[in-house]
Write a new protein. Structure first.
Length: 95
């Protein structure tokens, strides 16, 4: 089975790292490529990366804050997917 959009793979083994500098910020990369295609400026801002998990992503996989296909596409096209903390009144601490 191939992914929609011609990505040509049925699953992507993905390494997920959490930022020790920025709360609730995660960087998803191809397990084999690692940080090879992640821009240096992003790595500097991300800070120390702590491995959170390894995932086998398929388009059907349920993720907490993103669509798996969006993550797969971003990793395929640019080498990474950056998940930022949620924004909005319910997450800002404002009353």
């Amino acid at each position: 089975m191939a992914f929609p959009g011609g990505l040509g793979v049925s699953r992507l083994l993905c390494a997920v790292f959490r930022s020790r500098r920025n709360a609730d910020t995660y960087l998803f990369v191809d397990h084999q490529e690692g940080f090879a295609r992640v821009p240096d400026a992003l790595l500097r801002e991300f800070g120390t990366a702590e491995r959170a998990m390894t995932l086998a992503l398929t388009p059907e996989r349920k993720l907490a804050r993103a669509r798996a296909m969006d993550v797969i596409r971003a990793i395929s096209e640019q080498g990474f997917y950056l998940q930022m903390p949620p924004v909005g009144p319910e997450h800002s601490g404002a009353s």
